[in-house]
Design a protein around this ligand. Structure first.
Ligand code: FES
Ligand code: FES
Length: 179
């Protein structure tokens, strides 16, 4: 459709968005080439197309952190991210964190510290904690609390989540325990 003012064309707006766009993502080390609708979120792509259901949909509005994954090493809310925005990126989900013969240290620490109850928030908590470690900004237990505040745990497992993260990051040793 052409918009006209004073008889001149001032802009061109497509009648419709393209139905599908081709993108490539490296997901948990495997390259995936896919045709996706432009409005598909990364969360829906992971869960519905790639069957990676470890990443959870909680609020679907960027409020709970259940959908946290790592994109090029940075933690993001996949529910707020369109898949086409990450064309060419490397995505790691909870399914891709463990090594061949051992869990990721944070996964192991979550088990040892009993850092979950229902487990719904746990993949997001762990991916977020990996992102936190990559950022290298947490120097105290309070820093961890603040920098993990985007990840909600409705079961209230915060003290044990904090203990697990502290063990792996070796942050805040000697400070008071608690969530
Ligand atoms: Fe993405 Fe809640 S599902 S932040
Ligand atoms: Fe249930 Fe966190 S363990 S929401």
């Amino acid at each position: 459709m052409n918009n006209k003012a004073d008889g001149k064309t001032v802009g061109t707006v497509p009648d419709s968005a393209p139905a599908k766009i081709s993108i490539t993502l490296k997901v948990n080390g495997v390259e995936k080439r896919m045709e996706v609708a432009p409005w598909t979120t990364l969360l829906d792509l992971l869960r519905e197309r790639l069957n990676l259901t470890g990443t959870k949909k909680g609020c679907d509005h960027g409020q709970c952190g259940a959908c946290t994954v790592l994109v090029d090493g940075k933690r993001i809310n996949s529910c707020l991210t369109l898949a086409i925005m990450k064309d060419g990126a490397e995505v790691v989900t909870i399914e891709g964190l463990a090594g061949r013969s051992a869990l990721h240290p944070l996964q192991q620490a979550f088990i040892e510290h009993d850092a979950f109850q229902c487990g719904y928030c746990t993949p997001g908590q762990i991916c977020s904690a990996v992102g936190l470690m990559n950022e290298g900004r947490a120097k105290t237990a309070d820093d961890i609390r603040e920098l993990m505040s985007g990840n909600i745990c409705r079961c209230g497992a915060y003290p044990n989540i904090l203990a697990a993260i502290r063990e792996v990051t070796r942050v805040g040793a000697g400070q008071a325990q608690g969530g």
